[in-house]
Design a protein around this ligand. Structure first.
Ligand SMILES: [Zn+2]
Length: 347
């Protein structure tokens, strides 16, 4: 129904308004400049294959028992992330040292036990109250019938990407390149049981939602789907949502990609008609519901999706590195831009 209505409006408005609109987009595009290229490249290069691999083999090991929400494995994973941030001297936005945002058992409508989001951040030096959120869920399916679901791609890949992005921002800050805005590294729990961790965060935000510039959400970026295997094009990533609330975000994302990694940005699943409804199937959706521009980074499903065979040996680490660099460079641009993103409704 909505789509039909939009089509009617466009046809009534006619070509004059349409061309005015495209001129606006063109002007928007021309005004986007990629600053600090050399600096960004230097810190993007601290995101390395050996570190991604080392973190992921640990993270998707027996030790964390598939990270089922509220279970021992998830608690161990939360401690692992917290200890990582402490060792990297990256503080939490909750009084510096409280890395967990507790979600009480009562929040869940089923038998799920209490759980926690894990938060770390780099404080901005010009507009510290404004924030760019980079997120990935750190829970997975846990143990079923005594079999561990490792979730190396889902979403171990996003988790270790976040760890490396945070480290790159930290190093830059130490060396005098602290971002203008704050950058929040948000490890969300309870995604697999219905995006509950992100819903809880958006209902109990640490930074005001109206000061939240964008959410870059990472969920499965370490593999190649069948379609791209078939066409022998591994250097891709699906981007979902980038233009829905802010065309400017989409344009920035494209320019960053051209400047740094040159992946094929595949928008197939961004179509409003996508039957898979991926736009509403990971944590960014709860931010989008609050009118916060989002990008969802995703490699598509594969034969090991939600199976015990989603293991770290099957990850393409070079590709994971390139995709992580793209997200880091995009977060950098957003955090350091002069102005907030222009929403489509204000174009
Ligand atoms: Zn996932």
């Amino acid at each position: 129904m909505k789509v039909l209505l939009i089509v009617t409006v466009f046809s009534l408005v006619g070509s004059c308004a349409t061309s005015k609109y495209s001129t606006k987009i063109e002007t928007l595009n021309n005004n986007i400049k990629i600053n600090d290229s050399t600096t960004i490249s230097r810190y993007a290069n601290t995101i390395t294959v050996p570190e991604l691999r080392k973190h992921l083999y640990k993270y998707a090991s027996d030790e964390f028992q598939g990270r089922g929400t509220g279970e021992i494995g998830q608690k161990k994973a939360a401690e692992f992330l917290k200890n990582y941030y402490i060792s990297e001297d990256i503080t939490s936005p909750i009084n510096d040292s409280i890395y967990f945002q507790i979600i009480p058992k009562s929040y869940f409508l089923d038998e799920t036990k209490a759980s926690e989001n894990v938060l770390a951040f780099i404080k901005g030096n010009e507009k510290p109250e404004e924030v760019v959120i980079v997120s990935a869920h750190y829970d997975h399916l846990g143990i079923k019938d005594s079999i561990i679901y490792y979730g190396a791609d889902d979403d171990g890949s996003g988790t270790v990407a976040l760890m490396e992005i945070a480290q790159a921002f930290k190093l830059a800050s130490i060396e005098g390149h602290r971002p203008k805005r704050s950058v929040l590294f948000l490890h969300l729990t309870a995604e697999e049981i219905g995006l509950e961790g992100s819903r809880f965060y958006t209902e109990n935000p640490i930074f005001h939602l109206n000061k939240t510039m964008a959410n870059l959400n990472i969920d499965m970026i370490g593999r190649v789907d069948k379609h791209h295997e078939d066409i022998n094009q591994e250097n891709y990533i699906y981007l979902i949502g980038a233009d829905r609330l802010s065309k400017e975000l989409h344009l920035i994302s494209e320019k960053v990609n051209n400047a740094f990694v040159n992946l094929e940005l595949d928008y197939k699943y961004n179509a409003e008609t996508d039957k898979n409804h991926y736009y509403s199937r990971s944590d960014h959706y709860n931010f989008a519901q609050h009118n916060i521009p989002v990008i969802f980074y995703f490699n598509g499903v594969h034969e090991d999706y939600h199976k015990p065979t989603d293991t770290p040996d099957k990850i393409n680490y070079n590709l994971l590195q390139q995709r992580t660099k793209l997200i880091f460079a995009t977060a950098w641009q957003l955090a350091n831009r002069e102005n907030r993103l222009i929403l489509n409704e204000n174009l």
